[in-house]
Ligand binder design. Structure first.
Ligand SMILES: Cc1ncc(COP(=O)(O)O)c(C=O)c1O
Length: 471
């Protein structure tokens, strides 16, 4: 297994108390005991793993020695370090593991800041108000078993009306409610991708989408943000699917201008997913652009309330042709038979409040706060400004995002390195920071980022400064 893949699986290994080698051994032990690193797997050589984790080689050697003394690994000169035991399953599939998914499995009380998943820190008061409003509605329900694989009709209607109001005439049978945007992506991958199919994605992009497509055996092809070069790539590669985040792109925050999105949509003669999950996160003064679905039936829109209201609602949706929605509902029914009805009824009350006073101002203030501190304390970092969304896509002046992220973790801060977001491998100089945290947390985060940067020793081949870029 490659060092970077082991490093990704280790997650926040260094955030506990005690010597580093003990913490490292503890995480490796857990992965071995859970079967994530099954018997027979070849672990990276000491030096390579030390490089990926930005620690000294002695730390890895001591951790490996500890695991060997417990009988969990074997080490032989010439044949390397293996997980002990034997399995008939053969070597483990080296499927990359999304660092964001792994992060959501970590404990929330380890004092680590700026956690990797960018989302509102708490539900806004409107959530409790919406639930209060639906209590009498729930009390009135009779003769309804509550299973809705397509989504509850009230919310499907509300979502269809919202699309129609945004310039995309939509009937409820073109809408399916999902458990968040992630389920929308996963269902679409199930329906539209077969092993070996090519899927066009932006590089970099949202890693949860990459993971959903990979899970179905897709071969991912990266194009510049905005799917620049889409028409030629479709001609050459005949992809099964393409995926774009046109508004406040995750992670770069860029916005595809109206003309470009219309052109892209009209050029699509393969299914094209437009992910609008971040689309409601514009700063004050920004205008909401028409969904790409307005220009072509090939465009499938997905959205969610996770970033604009609260991730804990688990409300997302898909807008597509009615036949595709029917297919998706059949696939979905196998997994969960439908979503939570009270949450969907509450969501129908929340939808008209998506422009709720304060979100745009709050996002802008937190962006300005984080970016201001970064330019003050880390002036050599390239930190492009954005007009919405929740992330800054930062380019380091030297070193690489993955080894810096390891150093930052040891200073109590989790940042997402660019590597896992970019299928072309060109974002290794980047890290993604988000500004959803409270201002005091952002201030503390920058203090830790700065200390970590001063303590950071880049790998030997990454010590030279990169040429500056215009911001
Ligand atoms: C672009 C994008 N799409 C989809 C999702 C997943 O959405 P949800 O949290 O609603 O499952 C996210 C979450 O970060 C996202 O950033």
């Amino acid at each position: 297994m490659r060092p970077i893949e082991v490093a990704e699986r280790l997650g926040r290994w260094s955030s506990g108390r005690g010597p580093l080698y003990v913490l490292l051994a503890a995480r490796l032990r857990r992965l071995i005991d859970d079967g994530e690193l099954p018997p027979g797997v070849l672990l990276p050589p000491d030096r390579a793993l030390a490089g990926a984790l930005a620690v000294g080689r002695t730390t890895v050697v001591a951790a490996y020695d500890l695991l060997r003394s417990e009988g969990r690994i074997t080490r032989r000169q010439g044949s390397g370090t293996h997980v002990a035991g034997w399995t008939s399953a053969g070597p483990v599939e080296d499927a990359p593991v999304d660092p964001m998914f792994l992060d959501s499995l970590e404990s929330r009380d380890d004092g680590v800041l700026l956690a990797i998943c960018a989302a509102p820190g708490d539900p806004p008061p409107q959530v409790a108000e919406a639930y209060a409003q639906i209590v009498p509605e729930l009390a009135r329900i009779t003769g309804d078993i509550g299973y809705y694989p397509f989504g509850h009709p009230v919310l499907r209607q509300a979502l269809a009306d919202r699309y129609t109001g945004r310039g995309v005439p939509t009937c409820p049978d073109q809408v399916m409610v999902t458990n968040g945007g992630q389920q929308a992506l996963s269902l679409l991958a199930h329906a539209l991708v077969s092993p070996g199919d090519q899927v066009l994605v932006e590089a970099p992009t949202y890693p949860g989408a990459l993971e959903a497509f990979r899970e179905k055996g897709a071969v991912l092809r990266g194009l510049p943000v905005g799917l620049d070069g889409f028409e030629a790539a479709v001609r050459e590669r005949r992809p099964a699917l393409a995926y774009v985040i046109p508004t406040y792109q995750n992670p770069t925050g860029s916005v595809l201008p109206s003309l470009a999105r219309e052109r892209l949509a009209r050029a699509a003669d393969v299914p094209l997913i437009e992910d609008e999950v971040p689309a409601d996160l514009g700063f004050p003064g920004t205008t909401r652009l028409t969904p790409m679905a307005a220009y072509s039936d090939a465009v499938i829109s997905i959205g969610s309330l996770s970033k604009s209201i609260w991730g804990g609602l688990r409300i997302g949706w898909i807008r597509a042709s009615a036949p595709l929605i029917n297919r998706l509902a059949r696939i979905r029914a196998v997994h969960d038979l439908g979503g939570n009805v009270p949450a969907q009824l509450a969501a129908a009350h929340l939808l008209p409040q998506l422009d709720r006073v304060g979100l745009a101002e709050e996002l802008q203030a937190r962006h300005d706060h984080l970016r201001g501190l970064l330019t003050q304390h880390l002036p050599t970092w390239a930190v492009p400004t954005v007009t919405g969304g929740q992330c800054l896509w930062v380019r380091l002046p030297y070193g690489d995002g993955a080894s810096y992220a390891q150093t930052a973790l040891r200073h109590g801060l989790a940042v997402l390195p660019g590597t896992g977001l970019d299928v072309t491998g060109q974002s290794d100089a980047h890290v993604r920071l988000h500004f959803r945290a409270r201002p005091d947390e952002l201030t503390e985060a920058v203090t830790r980022l700065t200390t970590a940067w001063h303590a950071y020793h880049p790998p030997a081949d990454r010590v030279h400064p990169r040429p500056a870029i215009a911001i």
